[in-house]
Design a protein. Structure first.
Length: 113
C-alpha cells in the first residue's frame, strides 16, 4: 500500500515484514510504518487537519533523533519484532506532546435496555 504522506522517503521491501511499509531517509535512517499506526495518523489528518503538518514534522524529528523507529499501533503487540536497535512509537507518542487530541465519543448501544 502506498502511504502518500511518506513519498519523500525511499521505500524498500523487507522480506521479514512484507505487510509493513519500510523506509529510509536521505541520512540513512530506517523506519517502519505499521498499518495500525497509519490508520491512526489518517484519523488525525481527517479530524485535526489544521495540526497535521505539526504531526508530520514531529514524526520527521523522531526519525532523525532516533535513527531506527517502528511506528506501531500497539508497542506491546507490534507487527515488526526482533529488529535490533529500534524504538517503538505509537501515534499518541507523537500527538500527546504536541497537545493534539482526538476525543473518542463512541459509546455502547442503547438497544440493551
Amino acid at each position: 500500500m502506498i502511504y502518500e504522506e511518506f513519498n519523500e522517503y525511499q521505500s524498500f521491501k523487507d522480506e521479514n515484514h512484507p505487510f509493513v511499509n519500510a523506509y529510509k531517509d536521505q541520512d540513512g535512517n530506517v523506519f517502519y510504518i505499521e498499518p495500525g499506526f497509519y490508520d491512526g495518523l489518517l484519523g488525525f489528518k481527517e479530524k485535526r487537519f489544521e495540526d497535521f503538518d505539526r504531526i508530520m514534522n514531529s514524526i520527521k524529528e523522531t526519525i532523525k533523533k532516533n535513527h531506527k523507529v517502528i511506528f506501531t499501533a500497539d508497542f506491546e503487540y507490534p507487527w515488526v519484532r526482533g529488529e535490533e536497535g529500534f524504538i517503538y512509537r505509537e501515534i499518541h507518542d507523537i500527538t500527546d506532546p504536541l497537545e493534539i487530541y482526538v476525543e473518542d465519543k463512541s459509546r455502547g448501544s442503547d438497544y440493551g435496555d
